[in-house]
Write a protein that binds this ligand. Structure first.
Ligand code: FAD
Length: 424
């Protein structure tokens, strides 16, 4: 659909119009502006402060200098990650927790023209806002998050969602629960409640604060937040904390998490490239997407800037096709579909078997574990999100580590369609 029936603004036609001012949109806008491209970013609330706590494996963050380098203060804290399934595993890799305000500040670029508005449609000639304003642009990026504002794909019914409830406590209080470790996952059901398994995620936020979060990795539909809050309170009490040390009733100390992990492939109209959670870059098993969005921004900007000569004469559709290849082509979609399949299999597991499954997973050598958990190349490249061979190897390695009963569940789950969470 192309812009029509609206009124035009007096803006000159930018090289890139970004719909959405979250991490993915701003990373792309900044990277392109820093290469001299003319960029407009549109968001209904462009001055909104980002509030989520973003974490990622440290090796997934963009490295080195260059125009997209991020200042050190974007990482609020980092430490080696630990995981507990049925046994305790030191994961070797450093996990980084981002300072969200510092990230938002760092990704802002004064060279980007910012407009308040909601993009309603786009095509090879630009975009149209919900109020009818036409914004011509050489290329439109849909970075509107899980809503996928510009995708023509049918909205799925019940989504698989990651949900979590966390409290922020001081490091000494947290150490009573974690022994001072950064806990990526602790699957022990110390809350004492039956039902779909959840785990503790415990990460430092910097400044002597630690986030303790009861997390449901994925469930269709998402596990309700009150249930997670109840489990967290019980888990922390079981670990020795007093109620006064668990500030679950103080909104200033609480984080609520709910987002889909099975967002469908973006069906992009001509002239549109999708980025971030809209693409979807969200890893179906972990929910991560921020580090991948940061890296994709560099690839998009390099493609648009250094190959601009090739694009002369290309219509908006051709330009968008090149942009899509740069941020993740056919092989990336194959890897994503494999991970989606892995999610469905996980959702079909009997709840009691889930920790055993993760025991197999965390027993993996670092290489296949990284290949599955992350989106980053195991050999230092940033392209394992499209490394089909490495992904198959990682999945096969998990399979060989499982008990015969779990393998049988996995085979049945693989043969079935999208999974529903099993009842205990
Ligand atoms: C609480 C929480 C914690 C998370 N933790 C992590 C984590 O630790 N690590 C990780 O990697 N990921 C995490 N995620 C998942 C994911 O990475 C985040 O959701 C991330 O914010 C996605 O970034 P994004 O820029 O793609 O989309 P968003 O951050 O959702 O930004 C989308 C933007 O688009 C705007 N928009 C929407 N519709 C339109 C429209 N029609 N026109 C113009 N603008 C529009 C919105 O206002 C918004 O500003 C978390 C998600 C949540 C909710």
């Amino acid at each position: 659909m192309g812009p029509r029936d609206g009124h035009r603004t007096g803006l000159t036609r930018p090289d890139l119009l970004v719909a959405g001012g979250g991490p993915a949109g701003w990373a792309a806008a900044r990277a392109c502006a820093r290469r001299g491209l003319d960029v407009v970013l549109v968001d209904p609330r462009p001055d909104r402060s980002w509030r989520h706590t973003y974490g990622t494996w440290r090796h997934e963050l963009p490295r080195g200098g260059g125009p997209d380098a991020l200042p050190d203060e974007v990482v609020a804290a980092h430490d080696v990650g630990w995981a507990i399934a049925t046994r305790t595993h030191r994961l070797e890799d450093e996990y980084a927790v981002l300072d969200t305000a510092a990230l938002q500040h760092a990704l802002h670029d004064d060279g980007v023209r910012v407009l308040r508005g909601k993009v309603a449609a786009a095509g090879p000639h630009g975009a149209v806002l919900a109020d009818g304003t036409e914004l011509p642009a050489a290329l439109v990026a849909d970075a509107s998050g899980a809503m996928q504002a510009l995708s023509t794909a049918r909205r799925p019914g019940r989504r698989a969602e990651q949900t979590a409830v966390g409290v922020v406590v001081d490091a000494a209080t947290a150490a009573t629960v974690t022994g001072g470790r950064l806990v990526f996952m602790d699957w022990r059901p110390l809350h004492g409640l039956p039902g779909w398994p959840t785990f503790l995620y415990a990460v430092p936020l910097g400044g002597g604060r630690v986030l303790l979060e009861e997390t449901s990795l994925a469930r269709r539909p998402g596990l309700p937040l009150p249930e997670l809050a109840d489990r967290l309170r019980r888990r922390l009490r079981a670990a020795g904390l007093r109620d006064a040390e668990i500030p679950l009733d103080d909104p200033a100390h609480v984080e609520h998490v709910r987002f889909p992990v099975d967002t469908p492939d973006h069906r992009s109209p001509a002239g549109v490239v999708a980025l971030g959670a809209a693409a979807p870059f969200v890893h179906p098993a972990t929910g991560f997407s921020v580090a991948r969005s940061l890296r994709a921004a560099t690839r998009l900007a390099d493609t648009l800037a250094t190959r601009s000569d090739d694009h002369v004469g290309l219509d908006g559709s051709g330009r968008a096709a090149g942009a899509r290849r740069a941020v993740g082509g056919g092989r990336a979609r194959v890897v994503h579909q494999m991970r989606r399949r892995g999610l469905d299999v996980l959702l079909r597991l009997p709840p009691a078997e889930v920790p055993e499954f993760f025991e197999g997973f965390f027993s993996l050598p670092a290489r296949p574990r990284r290949a599955y958990l992350g989106s980053c190349g195991t050999s230092g490249s940033d392209r394992s999100d499209d490394d089909v061979v490495e992904s198959v190897r990682a999945m096969t390695s998990v399979f060989t580590r499982l008990t015969p009963r779990l393998r049988a569940h996995l085979i049945v789950g693989t043969l079935c369609g999208p999974g529903e969470a099993q009842r205990p």
